[in-house]
Write a protein that binds this ligand. Structure first.
Ligand code: ZN
Length: 295
């Protein structure tokens, strides 16, 4: 029997590209493996974190220029996600004090929202809170700050990609609580770097993008029953020359998509159902969340 495969759009929901890394070449690899579109997420330069508004804008321009370079040199569709990383805030708090680092963080969110309004970007991210243990005071301040960020996103109707700690379903409870306080709709609140558990009990209606490491395809097959909140597949490719192989490579999502097709079929499930699901994952849900057509 001939192998069955998905030949529709394949979107990596969370990828970073760095002009000091492979940059456009990584995007070419993704395309050569069958990828068609990317959500390009701003990558902070931890060696030179922004000290003022102008600096923030300059850093964002680099991500926008990278997106343009990919569009010029490939047939990929690229949607840009801009925002200040929670780890930047934590580090800058040590360096310049909590007041100034918080101010800078919010200025960075506001600059990102401006660029979304201008049509240069389609969402805020990755924002969140430290994903490693911090002092109680720092934790309280981080939660306060995140609420503020989500409120700003809500006012502009912008979707958000969140990077938070991993603490099983409790993390989703916490996200839901903060987003509720901020008034940001669930549909606009996307948890990135999620484990492959898609069940409603686990996610409590919060959309997520699954980091597609080993075993992720099996997790999806076991927990997706249909009808739960939207989800997507991401590599979180870092394009970091100092850490080659530390994260998933740029071909991950096309390859895992092919694996999902094989496993789905192997499990005796209907191919038409997977076609429908992959269309949602790569097109429909993306349009719903970001107002952006990746196809
Ligand atoms: Zn990331």
């Amino acid at each position: 029997m001939r192998g069955w495969k998905w030949d529709g759009p394949i979107l990596d929901h969370h990828m970073h590209l760095d002009s000091r890394g492979m940059g456009v070449d990584a995007a070419r690899l993704f395309e050569s493996a069958g990828g068609t579109s990317i959500l390009l997420v701003h990558k902070p330069n931890f060696n030179s974190l922004p000290k003022n508004k102008e600096h923030i804008r300059r850093e964002y321009s680099k991500t926008l220029e990278m997106a343009e370079a990919v569009r010029k040199n490939t047939d990929l569709k690229v949607g840009v996600i801009l925002g200040p990383h929670p780890v930047s805030w934590d580090r800058q708090t040590d360096e310049i004090g909590i007041e100034r680092s918080t101010e800078l963080h919010l200025e960075a969110v506001s600059a990102a929202l401006d660029l979304i309004v201008e049509g240069e970007a389609i969402g805020i991210g990755e924002v969140g809170r430290p994903h490693y243990p911090v002092s109680e005071d720092r934790w309280a301040a981080a939660n306060e700050l995140l609420t503020q960020v989500l409120k700003m996103a809500k006012e502009d109707g912008s979707p958000v990609q969140l990077h938070v700690e991993e603490n099983s379903s409790e993390t989703y409870t916490a996200i839901d609580e903060i987003r509720g306080r901020a008034g940001l709709p669930r549909e606009k609140t996307v948890r990135h770097y999620a484990t492959a558990n898609l069940s409603h009990e686990f996610r409590q209606g919060i959309p997520c993008t699954v980091n597609m490491g080993k075993g992720a395809v099996q997790g999806i097959l076991e927990t997706w029953k249909g009808g739960e909140a939207p989800w997507g597949m991401e590599s979180d490719y870092l394009d970091d020359p100092s850490r080659p192989g530390a994260v998933l490579g740029p071909k991950t999502i096309p390859r895992r998509t092919a694996e999902l097709c094989t496993e789905w079929r192997g499990a005796g499930k209907r191919e038409a159902d997977l076609d429908e699901l992959l269309y949602k994952v790569n097109v429909d849900w993306v349009e719903m969340t970001y107002g952006w057509d990746p196809s």
